[in-house]
Design a protein around this ligand. Structure first.
Ligand code: EPS
Length: 400
């Protein structure tokens, strides 16, 4: 079974394309469910004017018929509404419709922190727009579409993926006293977070986060933060200890680090585990094979333990500053101020939705690798057989 996904599209190009291959046939899907996830990604206090222009929705291009997947590659298209205003800038033809000369909106003053400079040098371009159009986090809309299909697959097995913001602009939810794996996990994962403008579960922290976003906006600055991503209902044994590239924790970290502006990933206690003694880190095993705690955050040996998967994802502040940092104009070599493009003050709440999508993609891949099946019915039989095997292997054990 080949599971793979890819995206294509520039931020102000005609649109984004998402291709997801390896889904079994017979999975019920609907554009409404995918679009609901796209809408969640567009939200969050601190987003810029672009999100007022767009209304991200998919069009099915391939792989779905009569509300069910066919087992063939699924292709989805998201049009960029803003393209209308960028047709001459982004035209694929050698001559822009406006006719001849230099294209408008060239970028020659690279933004520190963005892909502009390294990309312009590496790809031997004169205009950093050739780089930033693809490096833009707009591409993550296509990832969220693929992740949404994976969420529908996971849902068939009672697996739920959600997220919430635990830190933004230096403000920590819960007073900062808690660590991953000790925060109470809400039961309907996203309901409460989605009701908050910053997707935070702590109303006091939410107020302070909003105040910091307003202050950063006034100062022409940007803010980063941390989200916690949780997956519930996982079976024991996804991923494997046997080879480095089959370890699920490593694959999750790679997938999450690939999100634009993400600089760190923690699983369970994460870095805090390095500061504690072993007796204060590992999760004791109780009769019936329950765990006393879940400090590991849901994996041991690169495999799921059956406990909730708890990841933390850190995002740096967006690198487009309205009060720009120093740079060099690549045309003249002279010191300059970095180019300001319309952007967001913060996109941490949206990053949580993107992180959910990446986790859903990795979990769906791990499920399909372990259980296989060309049809959903086959996958369901395989999962049921495995779960029965695990149950039979589990000693009943009286409480001590
Ligand atoms: C984004 C769309 C972009 C940016 C953002 C992500 O729209 P525009 O460039 O037209 O304002 O808001 O991209 C960045 C923050 C970045 O640094 O590239 C989106 O759809 O998420």
């Amino acid at each position: 079974m080949t599971f793979r996904f890819t995206t294509a599209g520039e931020s102000h190009g005609r649109g984004l394309v998402a291709i997801l291959e390896g889904m079994p046939a017979g999975l019920p899907v609907s554009a409404e469910r995918i679009n609901a996830e796209l809408k969640r990604r567009m939200g969050g206090y601190g987003r810029g004017a672009r999100m007022k222009i767009e209304s991200d929705q998919i069009e099915w291009l391939a792989g779905v018929r009569a509300g069910e997947t066919l087992g063939s590659p699924i292709a989805m298209l998201i049009w960029n509404r803003d393209w209308e205003h960028w047709q001459d800038v982004m035209a694929p033809e050698a001559d822009a419709p406006a006719g001849g000369g230099e294209r408008r909106r060239q970028v020659t003053r690279p933004r520190p922190g963005h892909a502009d400079l390294a990309g312009t040098l590496k790809y031997d371009r004169q205009d950093a727009r050739d780089i930033l159009e693809r490096a833009s986090a707009r591409e993550t809309a296509a990832r969220v579409a693929c992740g949404a299909v994976c969420k529908l697959l996971l849902e068939q097995f009672g697996i739920e993926v959600g997220s919430y913001v635990v830190e933004l602009g230096g403000v920590k939810a819960g007073g900062g006293a808690q660590h991953a794996a000790s925060l109470p996990i809400p039961s309907a994962l996203n309901t409460a977070a989605d009701a908050s403008p910053v997707r935070c579960l702590d109303p006091e922290a939410e107020r302070e986060m909003i105040a910091r976003i307003d202050a950063a906006k006034a100062a022409g600055d940007t803010l980063g933060g941390v989200v916690e991503v949780v997956a519930l209902g996982l079976p024991v044994g996804l991923g494997s200890h046997v080879s480095w590239d089959r370890k699920l924790d490593g694959r999750l970290a790679q997938a999450l680090m690939s999100i634009p502006a993400v600089k760190g990933v923690e699983l369970g206690l994460g870095f805090e585990a390095a500061r504690r003694k072993g007796s204060e880190v590992h999760d004791e095993i109780l009769p019936g094979l329950a765990r006393a705690t879940n400090r590991a955050g849901g994996t041991e040996g690169g495999m799921t333990t059956g406990e909730p998967l708890v990841l933390r994802v850190a995002m740096k502040p967006i690198s487009t500053l309205m009060s720009p940092l120093r740079t060099v104009d690549l045309k003249t070599g002279a010191p300059a101020q970095a180019q300001s493009e319309r952007s967001d003050v913060t996109a941490v709440p949206a990053m949580g939705v993107i992180a959910e999508a990446m986790v859903a993609l990795m979990l769906a891949q791990a499920m399909l690798e372990k259980f296989g099946g060309d049809a959903l019915s086959e996958l369901q039989r395989n999962v049921a057989g495995y779960l029965a095997q695990v149950r039979a292997h589990t000693p009943k054990g009286a409480a001590s």
